[in-house]
Design a binder for this molecule. Structure first.
Ligand SMILES: *Cc1c(COP(=O)(O)O)cnc(C)c1O
Length: 227
């Protein structure tokens, strides 16, 4: 799409590609949820997306999300917020207050912090475990070889709140084997939600079974530089 296209046009284009990818894979397009990743973009851009019918958003920093979303929610009760970024344990309580879904549960210390926060706050969002499918040292996510036991432990601890898995494949690689690995793990553990696919590869992720795609740039354009 031309850079001059409107946010509504870009959103419509992404939705159309989701529908096509799902249909080509013999899937119901309604089985794929678009998470519009609004990180670094102002609340006014989120408002534009809401105006174009988008209700599910993703943010990767708790502080930014906490500043942006509660005011928007006051006027748009249907809004759903997914936290998709690496989460510090000291942010667990705030994360749990504002999020509908936390997609980045990736270590026992964070599971502990979320369980404690859930006790004190009396609420628990849906949880996805982030798996570092490429075992990249600089990336968030539970290492592949620890994933099975971590998933089992979280299942016992969080019950139905644990809904699925998330991954971010290595930037320079074919994402397909990573998507397949994640789907296999989710199947093994009977987890229904698979969050995979970003602007560059969400149609492929849908072919491979994604139920959530996290799309930022293709909707909001390039992220503005941070201050
Ligand atoms: C920023 C981000 C995205 C969106 O990336 P785009 O390439 O802009 O679509 C998706 N997932 C996570 C975890 C992110 O941090």
């Amino acid at each position: 799409m031309a850079p001059s296209s409107s946010l509504a046009d870009r959103l419509a284009d992404v939705r159309a590609r989701i529908t096509t990818a799902a249909q080509d894979a013999g899937r119901d397009p309604a089985s794929v949820t678009l998470v519009a990743v609004s990180k670094f973009h102002p609340a006014s851009s989120v408002q534009d997306a809401i105006g174009a019918g988008q209700t599910v958003f993703g943010e990767n920093r708790v502080q930014e999300a906490a500043a942006k979303f509660p005011p928007l929610r006051a006027h748009n009760p249907a809004l759903r917020l997914h936290l998709i970024g690496g989460l510090q344990t000291n942010k667990a309580k705030e994360a749990l207050r504002i999020a509908d879904v936390i997609e980045s549960l990736d270590r026992p210390a964070l599971a502990d912090a979320l369980a404690r926060a859930a006790d004190s706050e009396g609420r628990m969002p849906s949880l996805l475990i982030e798996v570092n499918t490429g075992d990249e040292p600089q990336k968030f996510g539970i290492p592949k070889e620890e994933a099975d036991s971590f998933i089992r432990t979280c299942r016992q601890r969080f019950g139905a709140s644990l809904q699925g898995l998330m991954c971010i494949p290595p930037a320079e690689q074919d994402p397909t084997p990573h998507f397949r690995l994640l789907r296999g793990m989710a199947q093994t553990h009977g987890l229904p939600v698979l969050s995979m696919g970003m602007s560059a590869d969400y149609p492929i992720a849908i072919t491979e079974g994604a139920t959530l795609v996290r799309v930022g740039t293709a909707i909001f354009g390039p992220r503005p530089p941070t201050a």
